[in-house]
Design a protein around this ligand. Structure first.
Ligand code: NAD
Ligand code: TYD
Length: 359
């Protein structure tokens, strides 16, 4: 039976992955380590399948003594590392926590598994794996018409968030090269779907539109992201864990790259259809252009031919089907939405990021 330590499993992608993994894989025990920052919540983990195969630990990935204890206590053979500060706008307003969690936290985990799995003699334990979850943002920004990012694209991170993720990727790779740590890395494009904290574009727009608040579009709204439904990301991670050789990296993406404006317009159309009695129809009238993000990356696009060819993974959801499922989920889960809306911390963030933005 595999004994898996998942870090950051109370956040958006991590909680979707925990739910997915417990549902599809009978032969494992999942230990979920999460500090429960503003982005993590136990409500994301309610009604998990097979709860007898699951343990939750509240704690910080920078806490070396705790990590050592968990590795030994549960005899962990696989680490899947999601925990991170993940929002670009927050990294612009307060980069320090990104250095602490994304770089020092990853370093702490790597040192702990090095000692537990490899030991002083350098003889690597068989069948262990450190899987690191990373982002397309490490590659920087693409000019229009430039080819999509491949696994060979040189790193050129632009935001403090992207730079801290790039640093963590390099650390993971170096532990493979220097100490023989069996690792894999996946660099994924923008995710969307259930349980995403409403600071990111898609859930923020859905929640604002539902209550008739402005939909703040940065700059000209022509920035391009490569959108992937979170369930497809979960399948890709499991595919890499089960079928990839150690020492490999794979790009993951959704193979659709609409402008932000198109995303927001589509969300408005879906809401117009699902909420025929809303006083805020047409929701597109709520769209408002606001001051751009400093250093805003213009375009991301992922070339996913390697994972398709080598491991046979490809996304199942089209953008239209994924967005429809996502909007429906936020409409159906008003309790989850209300709990976040009520948080002082969330209100504080909205004021800090948007109130002085102006048009
Ligand atoms: P998230 O912000 O929703 O969740 C992060 C989780 O990590 C939270 O539960 C938080 O409590 C936990 N955490 C933060 N600091 C911690 C610490 N020091 N110790 C322990 N736990 C801590 O993030 P997400 O969107 O689910 O992203 C998960 C991972 O995927 C991140 O590594 C991110 O860089 C990467 N990623 C995200 C996207 C995306 O579109 N969201 C795309 C590609 C890659
Ligand atoms: P975001 O969801 O923050 O992800 P990332 O910056 O990691 O790609 O933003 C997605 C895109 O949407 C990005 O180009 C910034 C833009 N955006 C807005 O236009 N308005 C907003 O209020 C937010 C949060 C993002």
């Amino acid at each position: 039976m595999h004994k898996i330590l998942i870090t950051g499993g109370a956040g958006f992608i991590g909680s979707n992955f925990v739910r997915f993994l417990l549902g599809v894989e009978p032969d494992l025990h999942v230990v979920n380590l999460d500090a429960l920052t503003y982005a993590g919540s136990l409500e994301n983990l309610e009604n998990l399948p097979n709860p007898d195969r699951y343990s939750f630990i509240k704690g910080n990935i920078c806490d070396r003594i705790l990590i050592d204890t968990l590795l030994r206590k549960y005899d962990i053979d696989t680490v899947i590392h999601f925990a991170a500060e993940s929002h670009v706008d927050r990294s612009i307003l307060g980069p320090e926590q990104f250095i602490q969690t994304n770089i020092n936290g990853t370093f702490t985990l790597l040192e702990a598994v090095r000692q537990y799995w490899i030991g002083k003699k350098g003889d690597s334990v068989k069948d262990v794996r450190f899987h690191h979850i990373s982002t397309d943002e490490v590659f920087g920004s693409l000019d229009s018409g430039a080819p999509a990012f491949s696994e060979e694209t040189p790193y050129a991170p632009n935001s403090p968030y992207a730079a801290s993720k790039a640093a963590s990727d390099h650390l993971v790779r170096s532990y493979g090269h220097t100490y023989g740590l069996p690792y894999t890395i996946t660099n994924c494009s923008n995710n969307y779907g259930p349980y995403q904290f409403p600071e990111k574009l898609i859930p923020l727009m859905i929640l604002n539109a539902m209550v008739g608040k402005p939909l703040p579009i940065y700059g000209d709204g022509q920035q391009i992201r490569d959108w992937l439904y979170v369930e497809d990301h979960c399948e890709a991670i499991l595919t890499v864990l089960q079928h990839s050789q150690p020492g490999k990296t794979y790009n993951i993406g959704g193979e659709n790259q609409p402008a932000n404006l198109t995303i927001v317009e589509t969300l408005c159309e879906i809401l117009d259809e699902l909420l025929p009695d809303s006083p805020f129809r047409p929701h597109s009238e709520l769209m408002t252009f606001v001051t751009d993000r400093p250093g805003h990356d213009r375009r991301y696009a992922m070339d996913i031919s390697k994972i398709k060819k080598e491991l046979g993974w490809q996304p199942r959801h089209s953008l239209d089907s994924g967005l429809l499922k996502t909007v429906q989920w936020y409409l159906d889960n008003s309790q989850w939405v209300d709990a976040i809306r009520k948080q002082q911390k969330y209100q504080g963030w909205i004021e800090q990021n948007y109130e002085k933005r102006g048009n």
